[in-house]
Ligand binder design. Structure first.
Ligand SMILES: [Fe+2]
Ligand SMILES: [Fe+2]
Length: 194
């Protein structure tokens, strides 16, 4: 890996469409091959639905905390504290799911695409790997915040976990969109298992 001493890109850099390379054209791709390539987006849809559920939970808890005095002086043992801990558990579960998805891509899908796609596809794979580095860092941050929230559900721990979730949610949705658009044809035309 190049740039081993530098940290991951920022969230703004990840979302920079101009910095995201396009794949080569695969004009001979068949309808069946394209359908195969689209399976990545279908897999991403499952993760997006999971994130939607956690986001709904976050919105409901925030609505609950908007009631006057609800956070003072201590929330331990209350329904709010249990809901906060539930949010932490859900965030921890999402971290494990997303880490697993990216581990599979890095261990199987990207190497297969690299060897079949050659130099023309290399910039796309390098970009996706660089985006994964930021996402792995965000997963680590959120997992730590989620663990702290479950261990001691209070307003501060909840705010840190919500912040971590928002950052990961934003990065993942942008990354998924780019990845499924840019890999649909290569996955199909190069017949890479998904
Ligand atoms: Fe990915
Ligand atoms: Fe993916």
């Amino acid at each position: 890996m190049t740039g081993a001493t530098s940290g991951p890109m920022t969230l703004d850099e990840l979302e920079d469409a101009a910095a995201r390379p396009d794949p080569p054209a695969y004009p001979a791709i068949s309808r069946a091959e394209r359908a195969h390539g689209r399976r990545l987006a279908a897999i991403h849809d499952m993760y997006r639905a999971e994130l939607d559920g956690v986001r709904d939970l976050l919105v409901r808890i925030r609505a609950g905390t908007a009631a006057p005095g609800v956070l003072a002086p201590a929330v331990t043992g209350t329904r709010l504290a249990r809901n906060m801990a539930m949010f932490g558990t859900a965030c921890g579960r999402d971290c494990a799911l997303l880490q697993n998805h990216h581990d599979i891509e890095e261990q199987w899908m990207f190497p297969a695409l690299s060897s079949a796609g050659g130099a023309a596809l290399a910039p796309v794979i390098a970009r996706l790997m660089a985006e994964h580095r930021l996402i792995h860092a965000l997963i680590g941050d959120l997992a730590a915040a989620a663990g702290a929230l479950v261990a001691a559900p209070d307003a501060g721990a909840f705010a840190r976990c919500a912040e971590g979730f928002a950052a990961l949610d934003r990065a993942i949705r942008s990354h998924f969109g780019y990845e499924e658009r840019v890999l649909e044809e290569p996955l199909g035309a190069l017949r890479v298992p998904i």
